[in-house]
Design a protein around this ligand. Structure first.
Ligand code: NAG
Ligand code: NAG
Length: 260
């Protein structure tokens, strides 16, 4: 069974657009979110690609209201408790009630800036899956870890925390995002990306099952652009992209269609 190509757009809080030698931040706002959704709705998209966009929590309902049916919305985060006194958090049931069918989890910005550890991310992954929403599970190494040849160890220990809590992987999409390539304009070479994706798949085969290894989408994130997406998409173990900066630009459409 061929794995369905998957492209996610992570709008973050504000997206940094990178150009040669200059960059500027674009705030996610009612205006920009309506604009990009209009662009997506009007574009001719590869019908074989699954598309999910992740705006800031405040705009999830707005995005669901405007995005055409058949395309899905992800939260950028969700909490691991079903309800209660957890100021500032959003539950899985609240997402479902709002027709939000996916969530990102474990993004490096949350792991690093908000200090979420592997256990907490895995616990939230379990809560989301138990509640019936899909998880775009992010993993990846820092530059220092890559340079000391710890890439595979880091990524597999992030995944191992999930394996210890979760049995059903059918609603997990794994997003490999090397931290050194996020928003920096630096891209892992096609070979570097494919190498890690293949290692993740062989870890799944060994540690989870052959079926899960065969069926799980492993997508690449880290300064994906309309220029490099075609080449990356041809790799055997790259099943799509998680797009940051470029997801608020027309280039997002080219990336969605990169597999055509
Ligand atoms: C969720 O989807 C259902 C079915 O399409 C619809 O009736 C309902 O109004 C939606 N809820 C929200 C909050 O958009
Ligand atoms: C890097 O680590 C892997 C195991 O994760 C090992 O097989 C390989 O030999 C190491 N390479 C170097 C250059 O140390």
């Amino acid at each position: 069974m061929a794995r369905q190509f998957f492209v996610g757009g992570n709008f973050k809080m504000s997206v940094v657009l990178c150009g040669v030698g200059r960059e500027h931040a674009v705030n996610g706002s009612v205006e920009t979110i309506k604009k990009i959704i209009g662009l997506i709705n009007d574009a001719k998209l590869d019908p074989k690609t699954e598309v999910v966009i992740a705006p800031p929590a405040l705009y999830l309902l707005l995005a669901r209201e405007h995005l055409k049916p058949g395309l899905e919305i992800a939260a950028q985060n969700v909490f691991d408790k079903p309800n209660g006194a957890f100021t500032g958090e959003i539950s899985v049931d609240q997402l479902k009630d709002s027709n939000i069918t996916w969530t990102l989890l474990g993004h490096s910005e949350r792991r690093v800036v908000l200090q979420e550890d592997d256990q907490f991310v895995a616990s939230k992954t379990k809560a989301a899956l138990d509640g019936g929403i899909g998880v775009i599970f992010c993993c990846g190494e820092s530059l220092e870890q890559r340079e000391s040849n710890k890439t595979i160890d880091v990524v597999t220990s992030q995944l191992r925390a999930v394996k210890e809590k979760v049995a059903d992987w059918s609603k997990i999409v794994i997003a490999y995002e090397p931290i050194w390539a996020i928003g920096t304009g630096k891209v892992a070479s096609t070979e570097q990306a494919q190498e890690v994706h293949a290692a993740i798949r062989s870890w799944l085969k060994k540690e989870v099952s052959e079926k899960v290894a065969e069926e799980t989408r492993i997508i690449y994130g880290g300064s994906v652009s309309e220029k490099n997406c075609k080449d990356l998409s041809k790799q055997a173990d790259i099943d799509g992209f998680l797009v940051g900066g470029a997801s608020l630009k027309p280039a997002f459409i080219d990336i969605i269609n990169s597999h055509l």
